[in-house]
Design a binder for this molecule. Structure first.
Ligand SMILES: Nc1ncnc2c1ncn2[C@@H]1O[C@H](COP(=O)(O)OP(=O)(O)OP(=O)(O)O)[C@@H](O)[C@H]1O
Ligand SMILES: [Mg+2]
Length: 279
């Protein structure tokens, strides 16, 4: 029995669980607050994004609330190589792109770029160095030039060169005003392939170190899909792409396949992966 100062007598079996509850609540409180303070102290978010050599993912764990997506995942992204992400729907491919592009930071484990922890890198610095190609390209009612340069101070020559590399030459020749041609809202006066190519030109002119492609060619027909994927694989950037299609003679241009499966990632050389697929 425990006698409280107000004279009330409590049985130990009532008090102990309460004490335990208090203890665990304070543990959780400390974990949240101290963890937060430590994080703030440990991660300064002031470093520039450098990617001269590799991005290294080490013992990565990530979940959406109770849903576990990655469990103890480790792999490397080497500069300049082309990676194809494969895996069933819902396996975590888009989530992996979000982790590598700093959309989510509430993971366990470590992601480093040339040895610098992602959580120390300025988000703006990363954003300056990456580009995305999604199914829905965002285009606005303005000239082709501005849709590619996105109001950064690129010269006409630079934008033209990027457009050519992205395979837009034919379109520019067709349009009376070339790069000054106005696009309709959301690029309604362009084909699906042309819209994708504008987003590729954006990545090229920006000299993005990494190009993330999430199903970039799935809205295109076979012929255009082949062309766009071929263009993506010919540019100098490191490419991390999700594609469900297999294009004979093009898919093998990837260097590696990262297979996302059951919370893990298996890495194969593209050659090895597609040889086995063919069997
Ligand atoms: N914001 C979110 N909140 C909760 N669950 C999510 C969220 N985003 C994705 N998920 C779930 O996480 C799992 C992985 O999703 P993800 O989008 O990464 O899969 P995916 O491999 O890209 O699939 P798909 O090939 O269909 O695009 C799925 O089960 C999905 O429902
Ligand atoms: Mg996806």
């Amino acid at each position: 029995m425990i006698q409280m100062s107000n004279g009330c007598i409590w049985h130990i079996s009532v008090v102990l669980p309460l004490l335990n509850e208090l203890k665990s609540a304070s543990k959780i409180y400390n974990k949240i607050t101290i963890g937060q303070q430590e994080k703030e102290l440990k991660f300064n978010k002031e470093e520039d994004f450098s990617f001269q050599s590799e991005i290294c993912v080490k013992n990565l764990y990530f979940n959406y609330e109770e849903k576990e997506i990655f469990k103890d995942v480790s792999f490397k992204i080497e500069k300049g190589k082309k990676y194809l992400l494969k895996g069933a729907s819902g396996a975590g491919k888009s989530t992996l792109i979000k982790l590598l592009s700093m959309v989510y930071e509430d993971y366990e484990g470590e992601i480093t770029a040339d040895g610098v922890d992602y959580r120390n890198i300025k988000e703006s610095s990363l954003n300056e160095n990456i580009s995305f190609i999604y199914q829905d390209v965002f285009l606005f009612e303005d000239t082709i030039f501005n849709n590619i340069a996105l109001f950064k101070p690129f010269s006409e020559e630079e934008v033209l060169e990027a457009s050519k590399k992205a395979g837009l030459e034919e379109l520019l020749n067709k349009k009376e005003n070339g790069l000054s041609e106005m696009l309709m809202e959301n690029g309604k006066n362009l084909s699906g392939g042309e819209r994708q190519r504008i987003s590729i030109a954006r990545a090229i002119v920006k000299k993005s170190k990494i190009l993330f492609v999430d199903e970039g060619t799935s809205s295109l027909d076979e012929k255009l899909g082949r062309k766009v994927e071929n263009t993506i694989l010919d540019i100098d950037s490191t490419v991390i792409a999700i594609s469900h299609r297999y294009y004979e003679g093009i898919t093998v241009k990837y260097d590696y396949v990262l297979e996302v499966k059951n919370g893990t990632i298996n890495q194969y050389s593209a050659e090895e992966y597609f040889e086995e697929e063919a069997i």
